[in-house]
Every structure is written in C-alpha cells, then in structure tokens.
Design a protein around this ligand. Structure first.
Ligand SMILES: Nc1ncnc2c1ncn2[C@@H]1O[C@H](COP(=O)(O)OP(=O)(O)OP(=O)(O)O)[C@@H](O)[C@H]1O
Ligand code: SF4
Ligand SMILES: [Mg+2]
Length: 351
C-alpha cells in the first residue's frame, strides 16, 4: 500500500450517518465506507456522479471540513483535517477551495462583488499594496473572460448567474489552490455557459496544475469534463475508473441503468433525464441491510448472495473497478439459485 504522505488527499473508509427524519427509523447512511486518494504530484479531474440522495454533497462537506465523518478519516498530506492545528487548517483552506452550486447563495448581497476578491488577497497575504491588489484582481477577472469595468463596483444581484459563477473562478485563479471541490457548479447556469465554465476547469488544470473534484448528477456534464469518474449509489462507490471506459462499457447494473435512462442524443437533455423522481430521503432510507448490495432492491440481475453480502470494488480491467457479484469469480449464480430454492423449501416446512 502507498504511504499516505505521497498523496495530497486520502479519503479513508469515510462513513457519515444522520439521524432519520422519520420517527423510529434507523439512521440514514449518507456516505458509506468511501475511500479514494488524490496523488500529490499530478493534477486530476475526478467527477463524482450519482442520483439525488446518493451522498455526493455529504462527501463534499466531509472533504471541506464542514461535516465530520461518523467513521473514517480525510487526510491532507497525511494529517486528519478534523484534528489539524490552526496553522495547518489555514494551509488546507488555501489549498482546497470550494465552488458551490448556487453562486448567489455564496455571496453577501450587501457587499459589492469586489469584496469576494479582496478578502482572499487580504486573508492569504497575496499583495503588498492596494495597487498590487487591484492588478491581481484585474488579471484574475480577465483570466475568466470578465471585463473588470463590467463587474467591479456592482452588487451580486446585478450580475448574471454565469458571471457570478465566473467570479468564483476568478477567486480560485487568485488563490491558486491545489484542488477545487465543485458541487454541481453548472446546474444553475444556462446550458450555453456550462461548457464555458467546464472549459475553464480544464484551463485551470492545464495552465496552473489545479485539480478538481467535480460533483454532479448529470452524466453529460461529467462526460464533457472527462478524467476519472466515481459512481455513487446510496452512499457507496459502486463503479470507478476512467470516464471514457466507464461510459463506453459500464459494468455495474446501476451504471448501466443511469446511462440507459438518458436516451436522448442531446447531451444536456440526457443529463437531466438521468435524475430519478424518487426523493433523496426515500432512496437513502430504502437501505436497511448493511450486509446487502446497495442496488439489490432495484437490480434485475439480483442473486441470493446480493441480499446477504456487500460486494467490494474489484478490478475489471486496468481502467475500471466495479462492486458487483456478477464479476466475482467466487460467486456462482446457479449454486445461489439452488440455495434460494432450498431456503424456500425449508421455510415452508417441507424438510
Ligand atoms: N443534515 C442532514 N440531516 C439529515 N439527513 C441528511 C442531512 N444531509 C443529508 N442528509 C441525507 O443524506 C442523504 C444524502 O444526501 P446528500 O445531500 O449528500 O445527497 P446528494 O447526492 O448530494 O443529493 P442531490 O443530488 O439531491 O444534491 C439524503 O438521504 C439526505 O436526505
Ligand atoms: S451485486 Fe447483485 S444486486 Fe448488486 S448490482 Fe450486482 S447483481 Fe445486482
Ligand atoms: Mg447534493
């Protein structure tokens, strides 16, 4: 196993439970034993995809230090982010920057846009004079295709959603973190501006080595960004690997369902249709068996083993891992079926 210090971020067996909103129901397992790493010396684009309620935002909050996991650890250069010193935390907050879904909600409506860019300059000591600060702000705005004279001095409500989201990227450009964590960053901006925004994530990686964890429920947006992909189903990672490989040859029945439920050739349309109508709470609370496959309740290939064991991620090829017993050599569906019949006969009292 790799020494964790070789990695920039290590998510180790993170689980996050919330008390159920329904009386007498067991806790909701929002994130279920998730592990992954981002290497220190290469820039990565990782998209986490899943339906509503699959735990994407909770995992994001675990990573940003906003919601401590119930179990497991998030390590930054080998240190648990939830037990860092004040100084280490300051470094982490500079290295790891969020971009949220609704740019308007992240702005204070009473302050001009300028403040969003001035605060990090002050907080992280990026400039030595007012003049230098202004130069940095102009450069950052131009880097995201905004004219300083068009946006400076204005209030958040006077800008479009796309402009507000671009200001967030200008902020990222100023701070130059090592990692952006973007939770549904384009879901509230016009389709025409989505690609502009996603292209900027590419530019930040290619030109400044800034990695990105991109969270979305939209397969088309995920596919456009490219890179690596992690598919979450009810808190668990059920398939992961190279984006193109997974989209071309999805192995897990859940991934196959997600892809087949977006039949339109229009990529933006495909994305929206991938969203299920079940409520987030319903999906999460369907799961009651900790030792069953998280997709067993909806899987057309379900075998008896799936109801009593939890599949782990296993490599399918060099580019892809899947958590499904269909690919486990040790599981023999025929034997399982015989076992199921035997159990039914026993429970009916014939033996
Ligand atoms: N603070 C909370 N208290 C109780 N339950 C919560 C809380 N936050 C999230 N949950 C539950 O945890 C599960 C995962 O929620 P989460 O918001 O992480 O999903 P998501 O994948 O981001 O969904 P969406 O695509 O709708 O944003 C859901 O069942 C949700 O209701
Ligand atoms: S483990 Fe079983 S229930 Fe789960 S996805 Fe695979 S075949 Fe379906
Ligand atoms: Mg979310």
């Amino acid at each position: 196993m790799k020494n964790p210090h070789e990695n920039f971020i290590d998510v180790q067996h993170v689980s996050t439970l919330f008390p159920s909103r329904r009386r007498g129901h067991p806790p909701v397992v929002a994130v279920d034993n998730v592990s992954f790493s981002l290497p220190a010396n290469e820039s990565t684009l990782l998209t986490i995809v899943g339906e509503s309620g699959s735990g994407k935002t909770t995992l994001t909050r675990n990573l940003l230090g906003l919601t401590p996991p119930t179990e497991g650890q998030v390590l930054y250069q080998g240190k648990d982010i939830y037990s860092m010193s004040h100084e280490e935390w300051h470094h982490y907050r500079r290295d790891v920057q969020p971009v949220f879904q609704d740019p308007y909600a992240t702005y204070n409506p009473f302050y001009r846009i300028d403040r969003v860019l001035q605060v990090p300059i002050h907080k992280f000591g990026l400039a030595n004079s007012r003049k230098e600060a202004r130069q940095l702000i102009d450069e950052a705005l131009e880097a995201v295709d905004l004219r300083p004279s068009d946006v400076l001095g204005r209030y958040p409500h006077q800008l479009s959603g796309g402009e507000r989201q671009r200001i967030m990227l200008a902020r990222i450009y100023l701070i130059r973190p090592k990692l952006i964590i973007a939770d549904e960053p384009v879901s509230m901006i016009d389709a025409s501006l989505r690609t502009v925004f996603l292209n900027m994530l590419h530019d930040l990686r290619d030109n400044y080595g800034i990695s990105c964890i991109h969270i979305t429920h939209n397969l088309a947006t995920a596919y456009y960004l490219g890179g690596d992909m992690m598919i979450m189903c009810r808190g668990q990672v059920i398939e992961q690997g190279d984006m193109d490989t997974i989209i071309d040859q999805p192995q897990h029945p859940y991934t196959q369902m997600l892809i087949s439920s977006v039949p339109s050739p229009d990529p933006q349309d495909r994305w929206e249709r991938g969203h299920t109508s079940e409520s987030a709470t319903e999906i999460a609370e369907l799961k009651t068996e900790a030792n069953a496959c998280v997709f067993a309740g909806r899987c057309s290939h379900v075998m008896p083993t799936c109801q009593s064991h939890r599949p782990e991620l296993i490599p399918i090829n060099a580019e892809q891992e899947t958590a499904c017993f269909l690919y486990d050599q040790d599981v023999k569906p025929v034997d399982d079926a015989k076992e199921m019949v035997r159990e039914k006969v026993n429970s009916a009292g014939y033996s």
